[in-house]
Design a protein around this ligand. Structure first.
Ligand code: NAD
Ligand code: ZN
Ligand code: ZN
Length: 368
């Protein structure tokens, strides 16, 4: 019984849908745990503001973990019973981008999954004969879903699904933004804007990389204690200052930070993050997600040697790297438990959306 989004701006409703068997190169999975990411919220409630149009009705959710239920024809790398994490970013292993070490942007089935359908142009989910679209090709807010075998990571059998689901989006994104995209260096000074799951994971990445100063920035001071757990050395609330936050940071750091990571999804904060880096070699990474927003970049700031880069899924090669991140968690090299603040059954999913929007939760684990 998945949670269906009938139209934008309206809460999800639990409906009795049908999930068809997997077609060629597809896998049907039983989703066990899922998280509500800001991107789900943004798409449901701000579709016209920051996100491109995607058709409704749809089943949201793109951060989940589960077990393979059945496999379609020509699937050789998965079997029923395997523990898996579905991926909104595929890794086909064959395209030019998969072969390049410079990018993780595989485009297998891309145009289709962006509009909520699989390779053959249809979704596997339907309600009384009507097609229900699959958000980013995943749809984790459903007990069963079908994904292409190139959008699925097989993970070790002893991994706790109610923790490692976080690696399906938020934690991998923020952690990778710091370690892969920014390539944070030892003894550097960093600032992370936005201390939700993505931002806290970026803080963790800065700490693992050996940063000396990690400054958390958020307008909600309730996030600061958690940020310290992940390695923030100090936190700043822009609301406590009359100066723009970038000027506050430049002053605090005597010229700007080496690395800034934006994990809010707001163009004006992206500008602030960029301008908080030091000239000559400061580097700003955008992890926050908006699809139609426009960011303001002063030419002088980039001319003086700063770098601006975006990150999608933290730069990880999804199919091969997610199992490694699961191993890192199992070896206690990576924190996951600390991101989970609430736990709810699927029929209370709208409560989980509210907890995220009001800043009360970091991640709620939804059990299916
Ligand atoms: P979240 O809602 O849990 O966290 C956002 C945080 O930003 C909150 O703590 C909020 O208080 C803070 N914030 C809001 N306004 C602020 C301001 N003016 N200054 C400083 N902080 C402010 O969200 P999340 O799930 O952690 O996601 C964060 C962003 O990352 C979203 O934009 C999401 O869409 C994006 N995202 C991107 C990718 C990717 O692949 N690039 C993947 C997942 C999520
Ligand atoms: Zn997400
Ligand atoms: Zn590819």
């Amino acid at each position: 019984l998945p949670a269906v989004a009938w139209e934008s701006g309206k809460p999800l409703s639990i409906e009795d849908v049908e999930v068809a068997p997997p077609k060629v190169h597809e896998v049907r999975i039983k989703v066990v745990a899922a998280g509500v990411c800001h991107t789900d919220w943004e798409y449901l409630y701000e579709a016209e503001k920051g996100m491109k149009f995607r058709p409704f009705p749809l089943v949201l959710g793109h951060e989940g973990a589960g077990i393979v239920e059945s496999v379609g024809p020509e699937v050789t790398t998965f079997s029923p019973g395997d523990k898996v994490i579905p991926l909104f970013l595929p890794q086909c292993g064959e395209c030019e981008r998969c072969e390049s070490a410079k990018t993780n942007h595989c485009r297998k089935n891309w145009a289709n999954t962006q509009v909520g359908v699989l390779a053959d142009g249809t979704s596997r989910i339907s309600y009384q004969g009507q097609q229900v679209y699959q958000f980013l090709g995943v749809s984790a807010f459903s007990q069963y879903t079908v994904v292409p075998h190139t959008s699925l990571a097989k993970i070790r059998s002893d991994a706790p699904l109610d923790k490692v689901f976080l690696l399906g989006c938020g934690v991998s994104t923020g952690y990778g933004a710091a370690v892969n995209t920014a390539k944070v260096e030892k003894n550097s000074t960093c600032a992370v804007f936005g201390l939700g799951a993505v931002g806290l994971a970026a803080v963790m990445g800065c700490q693992v990389a050996g940063a000396k100063r990690i400054i958390g920035v958020d307008i909600n001071p309730d996030k600061f204690a958690k940020a310290a757990v992940f390695g923030a050395t100090e936190c700043v609330n822009p609301k406590d200052h009359t100066m723009p936050i970038q000027e506050v940071l430049v002053k605090m750091t005597d010229g700007g930070v080496d690395y800034a990571v934006e994990c809010v999804g707001s163009p004006s904060i992206m500008t602030a993050a960029f301008e908080s880096t030091k000239d000559s070699c400061g580097s700003c990474v955008i992890a926050g997600w908006t699809e139609t927003g426009v960011m303001n970049v002063k030419v002088e700031k980039i001319l003086m040697g700063r770098t601006l880069r975006g990150t999608y899924f933290g730069g990880w090669k999804s199919v091969e790297d997610v199992p490694k991140l699961v191993n890192d968690y199992m070896k206690q090299k990576l924190k996951l438990d600390e991101f989970i603040t609430h736990s709810l059954p699927l029929d209370q999913i709208n409560v989980a959306f509210d907890l995220l929007r009001t800043g009360k939760s970091i991640r709620t684990v939804i059990s299916l």
